[in-house]
Write a protein that binds this ligand. Sequence first.
Ligand code: GLU
Length: 282
Amino acid sequence: MTAALALSMTACGKSDTGTGSNPPVETAAKFEAGTTMEKLQKAGAVKVGTKFDQPLFGLKGLDGKPAGFDVEIAKLIASKLGISADKIEFVETPSKVREEVIEQGKVDFVVATYTINEPRKQRISFAGPYYEAGQDLMVKKDDSAITGPDSLKAANAKVCSVTGSTPAEKIKTYVDAANIVLFDVYSKCADALRTGQVQAVTTDNVILLGLIDASKGEFKLVGKPFTKEPYGIGVKKGDVKFCEFINKTLNDNAAAYEKAWKDTAGKVSPDTPKLPTTAACS
Ligand code: GLU
């Protein structure tokens, strides 16, 4: 996103580029020796992988700080570790590098519109799910040819998505490889749609809603989700205790979860979700 656009969004108060909430920090928590929780509590700081260009989920503002639903979830988890929001170092983590930054210990956990699936579970563990999205399509406002994934071939549409994402895989069943354009981040897909280099962008409906909100009426959602994308929080493979701590934090803090939604993604998707049943950690 350009600085000018960010500025105009902030100026009219639409975008969530502020510093967001600062959940009360749990000072008295006691953690078992040797756990990730104890280590992070002692350090008093945490590194979190998130997106920097996804409005309402993880969008870096002019103050240099990302804001959005994923950022709020990260702050909630950190607060229960005794770590205040200003002691979180957010690290930009595009879709393709999520597993490797966890494996290499470059971040302590990842909250980044991150679908839980089997191939990823071979490399990392997931807490959650904390939300369920679905893959959809975004097109220009005046496009009437693209009505769903089955219409893409007939429209001879070029479709943009992001390397290493689940939508980039799934779209192969609907579109010839030559018509799939991949970037590292979704904001580049939105630019390509704007300039007419592609006719559609595909990823999760809620990510697209954020881009549509930021487009000031230029784009629209096709509105027929065709996959299920349960979002998880990525941790080191086999860190069951940390995963269970995150699940407990989500389950024990329904009010903070709902507030996080209302303050961010709820601006474009007003139905506040209920926390899905979290899965067993492994
Ligand atoms: N949820 C999907 C995924 O994890 C798409 C969104 C993204 O790329 O972050 O691949």
